[in-house]
Design a protein around this ligand. Sequence first.
Ligand SMILES: *Cc1c(COP(=O)(O)O)cnc(C)c1O
Length: 443
Amino acid sequence: MTVEQKRVLATAIPGPRSVELHARKTAAVASGVGTTLPVYVTQAGGGIVVDVDGNQLIDFGSGIAVTSIGNAAPRVVEAVSEQVAAFTHTCFMVTPYEGYVAVAEALNELTPDDHDKRSALFNSGAEAVENAVKIARSHTGRQAVVAFDHAYHGRTNLTMALTAKSMPYKSGFGPFASEIYRVPMAYPYRWPTGPENCADEAFELFVSQVHAQVGEANTAAVLIEPIQGEGGFIVPPAGFLKRVSDWCAEHGIVFIADEIQTGFCRTGDWFASDHEGVVPDLITTAKGIAGGLPLAGVTGRADIMDSVHGGGLGGTYGGNPVACAAALASIETMKAENLVGAARDIEAVMLPRLTALAEKYDAIGDVRGRGAMLAVELVEPGSKTPNPALTGAVSAACHQAGVITLTAGTYGNVLRFLPPLVIGEALLHEGLDVLDEAFAANA
Ligand SMILES: *Cc1c(COP(=O)(O)O)cnc(C)c1O
């Protein structure tokens, strides 16, 4: 590893050179493109991000669950360098190449179950979700798509419609795509009659609302994140996903698992669906798939995927050869370094410490997640009233102390942790010590 695995505070955060660059950013970049922590990066690797002022920050974000295998991971660097020198683009729809096919084969093999599958590659998560919906509609001849409260599926027009949260993702950007219907999410912590009733009642509500408000025969697809990401790392109760997917099968509805954030070892399995024994009809992937290069996929049952007419799917850059080389090297790294096991090890270190923090600080209302996708939900002590102010303050204190933390949640009151799966245990503990101090100073 070329980056020393050590937190270093060389200046205030952000330091003077970052402040200078940020002034240029403000003058040159559209202000709608936000920044969580305005330190400007020069290098990153393992569990560390290095900035222009020589600060070294502990990475609890992985660029939003992307660099699971670490930044500039050696196999990716080598594979990408070789591919870039050979050819950079032909367009797979014009003259194809092996890398795309090999990524499709890998996706077909790694996703749950061994039935006959096909894959198609795209550039971003949102584009994968759009295409999954196109495929489901084409296959079923139906139009309606059911999505859940707190869902996040992207920022394009169709995926904005599928995303639940108005600010900042949708506000002012309508009109949105039609034939999208929203149902309650099985959210144990906030289930009105208590977490013990969540699984049954959420499933009953789902069934009755789709039946009454949409109609099974009009429903092309049900789309769900097995663990919700931007919505606050909401983990549905065990069995909920299986009941929904079984119900979809009964009614000829395509069950789509959006595993863009949960996939590729993040939750301690190759895919979060594996943990629940769920076999989705279609799976969308992106984020962790290619070590930071832009790539996304839709993988699913051959009969569904192949129901689309020839030429109906594609795009100029989809499955770019450099991104495919990166994906193959990433998958090889995940296997060689047992990153499924690494995600479970991270949970084994972090979850008890987060639980201990919740005992210490009343403002932590809930601790949840799986593998290296963990979160705490912050509330006003003694209630479940969301506490976004404290969430922001704790996160900012972590940033000042050199730990990159991210927030999430419909109410902006969730601190989420997505460390690279290759982070060392010492850095993990050090980051959690910083988090503890941030709570001590603010809660
Ligand atoms: C990030 C994300 C998307 C959108 O992916 P982009 O690559 O940003 O378009 C869609 N679904 C989920 C669950 C995500 O986490």
